[in-house]
Design a protein around this ligand. Structure first.
Ligand code: ADP
Ligand code: ZN
Ligand code: ZN
Length: 724
């Protein structure tokens, strides 16, 4: 009898012991009895036979003959559950495609293939010379049958349909045909630009580190040719028969991105994102695992893709917030990518125009090699940035008179305008509309957050609170305003102010689904709209060559946010937005509305650029002992009865205190109430990462055993990026 250690998908931070007649390999799925249920668990190891008890139950069935999770991926999962203090079973389930979580066989699902019909096989493609794309498509299929995803990377659905309708090609269902390193079979590198000197340096530096763990920050202004660097850097990797995993932000994964990689190397690209079917996901996962697909591109959870021949990991737009999961297993895909690259011994490239301060610090301290691209590649000029002082200006829907005048000019010239509203500015400061003074907590030197429902001001750093003032502390003016207008209100207002200009709103409500976003973006670039109103989505990866004016409605909310990352996020956003607009023939201008035109952050950003701003912001973080110079963990709790959530965190704090850890709170979360539940948080912070992790590890059994732990919803968030 062997004792087997099994990770079971339940929210308990432990593994469970079962028995079996012999040893089982780690990474094999089994079904096990758990309470009165049968669950799919994953073997993580053997247990010391000394722990035997006759209460132990045997494993019910064994689902795999070979492990589904192994090697670097298993090691990465182990790191995940320790580092994020999470249930091992939930971590391993997160790493698996849905079908495997459910216990289905780890075998390929049939996919659609295309091949010439008998008459198609005998047709000379030249007879289709008046439809060159159809001719090329038939020629391709005459040479080799192809699966749908690969065929569609080169030919549109319409071309495939025409050939099918003509009876020249047909589709059939078949399993993927296993072919290891399939990309080498039809290896062909299409025409590529000659890299400029900075690109050449970057490509050479990355390639020099092949086969080793070597992290890089590729800092390149928007449009400087970062993607071109990825393409040329992965070429020798693929050619050596190794695989490349590329992570992109949720919104940056467009068919164009995928096609660019597929076309360069004439190969199939495995695509993974939140909207593909479970069947497709399983196939991509299995193809990667068996070394069939050379390039895998995906969003956050694609970092769990197993690689038989790991060659390189790339994280594009590494600063993007979508890489951090904000519920369940709250991992950061960039940080997991770093760990995986280390475990798999491959180079890691983190690319962005606006590096996160964490990554920048790693580059400046030489832990990461720093590569820079300072010129825009395609001839576009940089957008000129300005601040617009809105103090004492009449405001309409959050827009100042001066802004409206500018907008009118650009509309009359037939150009497009982008108006950005920061929806994250829900925690605004209270600002005097006359003198610009901000109500600030005196013990923390931080702005108070306005809590409208309770008509109070509260400091989220020390929990101090006071009633909402009726007049400015400094000048006595009664005109106190909060920052922030939402997109919907703005859209309504703009249609009154500019009835002659067609507008479109782009936020997560208005562009549900990938196709909707893509079609809206296409319509914008075909100039069907003149005013674009939107959120963060507008700042990501898309180019708007006809936009000549970018307006940022409110910079004050971010300047005085209770979230210490707000300035960094604002600077990234402004820089990314500026990078979207304009081209050589139509240079763009950007205006940031503010009550604080002289604010050093804004001045630094618009005059010296993101790189300068970020280095300065790092010094401030260092002085304030904030991340990346300190590590943080947040314990959150929420309940319909707010007192219970608060008490739970108080008691948790008591347990943690016994392990000598620096605590802040419990404080209300920035969003105090959500879906009827009151929300609180407890912050652990230390310059020594190990210290808070160790304290939490020791305290968690006690915290989990608190009677209130079963009554409130609570969670642990390591390296939190969002304090809402
Ligand atoms: P980024 O990823 O930094 O936004 P891209 O790699 O997409 O930049 O490059 C922007 C544009 O410039 C693309 O159209 C690309 O084909 C082109 N480009 C990039 N590098 C070069 C180069 N060395 N020579 C000519 N064109 C280039
Ligand atoms: Zn005032
Ligand atoms: Zn305070």
């Amino acid at each position: 009898m062997t004792l087997i250690d099994v990770a079971v998908p339940v929210p308990l931070r432990q593994t469970f012991t079962y028995t079996h007649t012999g040893p089982l390999e780690a990474g094999v799925r089994v079904t096990v009895p758990f309470g009165n249920r049968a669950l799919v668990g994953i073997v993580v190891g053997k247990v010391d036979a000394a722990e035997y008890s006759d209460k132990l139950k045997p494993v019910s069935t064994i689902l795999d003959s070979t492990p589904v999770i192994s090697g670097g991926l298993m090691a990465a999962c182990r790191w995940l559950w320790q580092y994020y203090h999470h249930s091992p079973g939930e971590v391993l389930h997160t790493a698996l495609p849905v079908r495997l979580r459910k216990g289905e066989a780890a075998t390929f699902a049939p996919e659609i293939w295309y091949t010439p019909t008998t008459s198609g096989a005998q047709t000379n493609p030249a007879t289709l010379s008046r439809a060159p794309k159809q001719m090329a498509c038939l020629e391709t299929l005459q040479a080799e049958s192809m699966n749908e995803s690969m065929l569609k990377e080169s030919y549109s659905a319409a071309i495939i349909k025409s050939l099918t309708d003509k009876g020249l090609i047909k589709s059939y269902e078949d399993e993927p045909q296993p072919s290891e390193r399939s990309w080498l079979a039809h290896w062909e590198v299409s025409a590529k630009p000659v890299p400029d000197p900075q690109q050449a340096v970057a490509i050479a530096a990355i390639n020099q580190q092949a086969g080793k763990f070597a992290p890089f920050l590729l800092e390149g202004v928007t449009g400087s040719g970062k993607t071109e660097v990825y393409l040329q850097a992965i070429e020798p990797v693929l050619q050596a028969g190794k695989q490349v995993l590329i992570l992109v932000p949720e919104i940056g994964l467009t068919p164009q991105t995928v096609a660019r990689f597929a076309k360069r190397f004439n190969c199939e690209v495995g695509v993974l994102h939140s909207q593909i079917t479970d069947k497709a996901r399983l196939n991509v996962w299995l193809k990667a695992r068996t070394g069939q697909t050379g390039i895998i591109i995906g969003t956050r959870s694609a970092i769990f893709t197993p690689l038989k021949y790991p060659g390189m990991i790339i994280v594009d737009e590494e600063h993007d917030e979508s890489f951090k999961q904000q519920d369940g297993l709250r991992y950061h895909a960039r940080d997991l990518a770093t760990m995986r690259a280390r475990l798999e011994q491959v180079p890691l490239v983190l690319g962005t125009a606006t590096p996160s301060l964490e990554t920048l610090n790693n580059a400046l301290t030489k832990r990461y090699q720093h590569l820079q691209l300072t010129q825009r590649a395609a001839g576009a000029t940089a957008t000129r940035q300005h601040v617009l002082d809105v103090k004492d200006q009449p405001m309409r829907f959050g827009l100042a008179e001066g802004t409206l005048t500018l907008m009118r000019q650009h509309i009359d010239q037939g150009n497009q305008i982008l108006v950005f509203v920061n929806r994250r500015g829900y925690a605004p400061a209270l600002i005097c509309h006359h003198c610009g003074h901000t109500e600030t907590c005196h013990s923390c030197e931080r702005p108070f957050t306005v809590h409208k429902a309770h008509r109070r001001l509260q400091c989220h750093h020390c929990a101090a609170t006071r009633p909402m003032p009726f007049s400015c502390e400094q000048c006595g003016s009664k005109e106190l305003v909060t920052a922030g207008v939402g997109t919907e209100q703005l859209e309504q207002g703009l249609s009154q102010l500019f009835p002659d200009a067609a507008q479109v709103r782009i936020d997560s409500d208005s562009v549900r689904g990938k196709d909707k976003l893509q079609s809206t973006l296409d319509a914008i670039n075909q100039r069907q709209y003149q005013i674009l109103v939107g959120t963060q989505i507008l700042s990501k990866g898309h180019h708007f060559p006809h936009v000549t004016l970018v307006v940022v409605l409110d910079s004050d909310g971010a300047l005085f946010s209770a979230d210490f990352r707000a300035a960094e996020k604002l600077a990234q956003l402004v820089t990314q937005l500026a990078g979207r607009a304009g081209r050589a023939s139509k240079p763009g201008e950007m205006w940031l509305q503010t009550h604080n035109p002289d604010h050093p952050l804004l001045q630094d950003l618009i005059h010296n650029g993101y790189g300068h701003f970020a280095r300065h912001a790092l010094l401030e973080r260092q002085m304030a002992q904030l991340p990346p110079f300190a590590a943080q963990i947040v314990v959150r709790a929420e309940a319909f009865d707010g007192q219970q959530a608060f008490d739970f965190l108080m008691q948790s704090g008591g347990i943690l205190q016994a392990h000598q850890v620096n605590l802040v709170g419990p404080l209300p979360s920035l969003i105090e109430k959500r879906q009827g539940r009151f929300r609180f948080m407890l912050l652990l912070q230390s310059a020594q990462r190990k210290q808070i992790h160790e304290a939490l590890r020791l305290a968690l059994p006690g915290i989990s055993a608190l009677p209130l732990a079963a009554k409130v919803r609570w969670s642990v968030d390591v390296d939190p990026t969002d304090f809402s």
